[in-house]
Design a protein around this ligand. Structure first.
Ligand code: NAP
Length: 281
C-alpha cells in the first residue's frame, strides 16, 4: 500500500480546500505547534509538520518552550491557544518531559482544535461515533484501508499495541467498521500473540519493536499495516517475509508515516472550516 502516493493526493486536496477557505473568508487555516525542550526527534517531527503545513497553505504558529516549563505553565499556554481565534488546530508534540503531567496538558486543548486527536473528549467521540477528530495515525490507517477497498466488516483484525494514540484507537475504529478486533500487548503471551496474528485478516502492528511480527505468522492474503517506526527506518513487521504472504502490506518508510501527517493537515483544515463557519462548496 503506497502511503506516500495517497498522502500526496490527500495533501493536494487539503491544500485546495485551504486555498478556497482563505479566498472565501480572508483567514488562512492555522495550526499551532507546541514544542517542549529540544529532543532531537521531536524537533525533527515538528519541523517536518510545519514544512508540510506551509506547502499546503496552512499557516503554522510555532511555540517553543523550555524543557524546564511546569505543567501549569504548559496548560496555560495551551488554554491561551485554545482561546485564540486565529488558531484553528493545536498540536502538542510529545513526549513533553517526565516532570510534566502530559494528560493534563492534552486536556487543556479545546476539543474543536484537537486536530491531533489526543484529548479524552476526542477519544470518547470517536468511540461513540460522534463528530470529532481522530488520532492521526489510526485515522491515516483507516484512510489507507479505504483507498485500497479493504472493508473491515466481518474481518478478523488484530492490533498489536494499545497505546492511547495508536493501538487503542486503531482497534476502536476497526470495531466501528464492524471488524472482530483482538488486541495484543506486552502481557499477551508470545504464543497467543502469534496465534492471533495467524488468524487475522487485518494486522495492525503498533509495537515499536523492529521486525517483531514474523512473516511466517501472516495469513496468506492478509492485509498488513505496519505503523512501527524503529531505528534504521525499520518497521514492526518483518517486511520481506511478510510481503510474500500478505495480500496488501505497507512499507516502512512510505506507508503509515506520510498518512499521519496528511491526516493532521486535513483535520486542521476541517477545524478551520468549522470555526470559520465555511465548509467547502
Ligand atoms: P508505545 O506507547 O510504546 O506503545 C507500544 C505498545 O506495544 C504498548 O501497548 C505495549 O504494550 C506494546 N508492546 C510492547 N512490547 C510488546 C510485546 N513484547 N508484545 C506485545 N505488545 C508489546 O508506542 P506507540 O506510541 O504506540 O508507537 C508504536 C510504534 O509506532 C513505534 O514504533 C512508533 O515509532 C510508531 N509510531 C509511528 C507513527 C507514524 O506516524 N508512523 C506515529 C506514532 C507512533 P503495553 O501497553 O502492555 O505496554
Amino acid at each position: 500500500m503506497d502511503g506516500s502516493g495517497l498522502a500526496r493526493r490527500l495533501v493536494e486536496e487539503t491544500a485546495a480546500r485551504a486555498a478556497d477557505l482563505t479566498r472565501r473568508t480572508g483567514a488562512q487555516p492555522c495550526l499551532a505547534t507546541v514544542l517542549v525542550g529540544e529532543d532531537p526527534a521531536s524537533v525533527t517531527y515538528v519541523r517536518m509538520k510545519r514544512a508540510r503545513c506551509e506547502k499546503a497553505g496552512i499557516r503554522s504558529h510555532h511555540v517553543e518552550l523550555p524543557a524546564t516549563i511546569t505543567t501549569e505553565e504548559l496548560v496555560a499556554t495551551l488554554r491561551a491557544l485554545s482561546e485564540d481565534p486565529d488558531v484553528h488546530g493545536i498540536l502538542l508534540q510529545h513526549p513533553v518531559g517526565r516532570h510534566i503531567d502530559e494528560r493534563a496538558a492534552f486536556e487543556a486543548i479545546a476539543p474543536e482544535k484537537d486536530v491531533d486527536g489526543v484529548t479524552t473528549s476526542s477519544f470518547a467521540s470517536m468511540s461513540f461515533g460522534l463528530p470529532g477528530f481522530v488520532s492521526c495515525t489510526p485515522g491515516g490507517i483507516m484512510r489507507l484501508l479505504d483507498a485500497y477497498d479493504v472493508d473491515p466488516a466481518g474481518k478478523r483484525a488484530v492490533v498489536v499495541g494499545r497505546s492511547a494514540i495508536l493501538g487503542k484507537p486503531a482497534g476502536m475504529l476497526l470495531l466501528a467498521r464492524n471488524a472482530t478486533v483482538t488486541y495484543c500487548h506486552s502481557y499477551t503471551p508470545a504464543a497467543d500473540l502469534s496465534a492471533a496474528v495467524r488468524e487475522a485478516d487485518i494486522v495492525i502492528a503498533a509495537v515499536g519493536r523492529a521486525r517483531f511480527i514474523k512473516g511466517e505468522d501472516i495469513k496468506p492474503g492478509a492485509v498488513v499495516v505496519d505503523a512501527g517506526y524503529n531505528e534504521g527506518n525499520v518497521g514492526d513487521v518483518d517486511f520481506e517475509a511478510a510481503a510474500e504472504r500478505a495480500g496488501l502490506i505497507t512499507p516502512v518508510p512510505g506507508g503509515v508515516g506520510p498518512m499521519t501527517i496528511a491526516t493532521l493537515l486535513a483535520q486542521t483544515v476541517d477545524a478551520a472550516e468549522r470555526q470559520l463557519g465555511a465548509t467547502a462548496a
